[in-house]
Design a protein around this ligand. Structure first.
Ligand code: 5AD
Ligand code: SF4
Length: 452
């Protein structure tokens, strides 16, 4: 029986979709080419903003209508954050759904499907576990893989639905993480991204190390120790992790980033706002100055480190002055990349009780201003790379022009170059940067100009 998964949302969701696909394949289900030939379609959903939910609901409505008309035996199901948030209400919003599996129930999807085929539609599983375990299956053939290390979130920023839909923090034991990464490297993966909502909280709430284990590098805190353990895995070229928090940018963390060869010079460090009163209302747990200290410590210890960030514009009470402070602060830090979001009230969160008092046009204006600033900023940052040599993990023919190849720098920038004999997907090459745009570096493989 063939299935297809449609994914909305963040990297965790991309990872969950992959894990669920691998699980179904182990159970004998087959991957469909796409929606058209699938007998089961699962939509993996995101609740972080109203727009993300509206998109998924729209898609589900279309899928159900199409199956009714053209594929009466096809089953349409939902997984992830919206299922956890809405429960059985989802079945009222979209009549005709076959099942819903919440964020703790992915491993039970085969059982849920079995019930569906026994005729018990719709089936809902939103049960939670005290000590959840992540699914470990991956789809083969990738160069780069996501690995869960920390599930859930304990921070409770006032705008955020994540703690309600993903539950309490739970760190996976280090041995399981290391085994999963090692297994991936034997299958050709050379880059992993360690995932957690607040990834540096790894190992804070529950024990992750076997008794008596020590760190050769002398790391004492769990997350840098984990980086050390993953770095030691043979065949692994690059390690990334996301998302960071200033409180985790300790001396040990910056030392690990500086010392461990596979740990990349790149960190996603969500700022959300550069204005202290707003940060406080958001309950982010840092002031702009504390964020500045964290960024400076990273920039000092890890030369050339690229920082990316998330910003919310139009949070309740955000004045034009608060916004201008965020603008100036982003420039001061010099982010390489920024994802800008318009504030969206999420029912059940504290901020949803406060007036959503920044008009939508003003949110749009602030969003646009920050995006324009960011484009200018990254153009300048990238221009400084012209004439420099960057290390590129080769991904293969570029999407736009197959005659040219592309890959990424350790700082996560896309590089396009002419392939030369001997350069292979998954290999690392040095590229001399010749020309840049806001999104791409263009260059030549070291010395290859002589050979072409
Ligand atoms: N409204 C707008 N953006 C939000 N984010 C989280 N919650 C909301 C919300 N209610 C953004 C934050 C977070 C990113 C994943 O989504 O910037 O870092
Ligand atoms: Fe949400 Fe804050 Fe947790 Fe990020 S750290 S998932 S913004 S509660």
């Amino acid at each position: 029986m063939k299935f297809h998964v449609v994914t909305y949302g963040c990297q965790m969701n991309v990872r969950d979709s992959e894990a669920v696909s691998a699980l179904l394949m182990r159970q004998g289900y087959e991957r469909a080419e796409g929606e058209a030939d699938a007998e089961i379609i699962v939509v993996n959903t995101c609740s972080v903003r109203g727009k993300a939910e509206a998109k998924a609901l729209g898609k589900l409505g279309l899928l159900v209508a199409d199956s009714r008309r053209n594929h009466p035996d096809r089953v349409i199901g939902v997984m992830g954050c919206m299922v956890q948030r809405l429960g059985a209400e989802l079945f009222k919003k979209v009549p005709g759904l076959g099942f819903g599996v919440g964020t703790h129930a992915f491993s039970r999807l085969p059982l849920v499907l079995q019930e569906v085929f026994e005729g018990k539609m719709p089936v809902l599983d939103v049960a939670e576990d005290d000590a959840p375990e992540a699914l470990t299956g991956h789809i083969e053939g990738a160069l780069s893989a996501f690995v869960n290390i920390l599930l859930g979130c304990d921070r409770r920023c006032t705008y955020c639905i994540v703690p309600y839909v993903r539950g309490r923090e739970w760190s996976r034991p280090v041995d399981r993480v290391v085994d999963e990464v090692r297994e991936l490297t034997t299958k050709g993966v050379c880059e992993v991204t360690l995932l957690g909502q607040s990834v540096m909280n790894y190992g804070r709430r529950n024990e992750v190390w076997p008794e008596g284990s020590t760190s050769p590098g002398g790391y004492e805190t769990p997350f840098p120790r984990l980086l050390e353990a993953v770095d030691a895995i043979e065949g692994l070229e690059r390690v990334r992790f996301t998302s960071g928090h200033p409180s985790g940018c300790t001396t040990e963390l910056t030392r690990a980033m500086a010392e461990l060869p596979s740990v990349c010079e790149h960190l996603h460090l969500p700022l959300q706002s550069g204005s202290d009163p707003i940060l406080e209302q958001m309950r982010r747990g840092y002031t702009a100055d504390q964020f500045r200290q964290a960024a400076r410590a990273l920039q000092a210890a890890v030369p050339g480190v690229a920082l990316s960030t998330d910003i919310i514009v139009g949070f309740p009470g955000e004045t034009a002055e608060d916004f201008e402070r965020t603008r100036a602060f982003m420039d001061e830090i010099g982010f390489d990349n920024a994802f800008i979001f318009k504030y969206s009230p999420r029912s059940g969160t504290p901020a949803a009780e406060w007036p959503d008092d920044v008009p939508d046009e003003e949110k749009m204006r602030r969003n646009k201003v920050l995006l324009e600033d960011q484009t200018r900023r990254v153009e300048a940052i990238n221009a400084a790379l012209v004439g420099q040599r960057v290390n590129v993990l080769v991904e293969g023919p570029s999407l736009r022009n197959a005659a040219r190849w592309s890959g990424r720098t350790r700082t996560n920038k896309v590089v396009v170059f002419d392939p030369v004999p001997g350069v292979e997907r998954g290999g690392c090459v040095d590229v001399d940067v010749e020309r840049v745009t806001a999104t791409t570096l263009y260059g030549t493989i070291e010395g290859s100009r002589l050979n072409i």
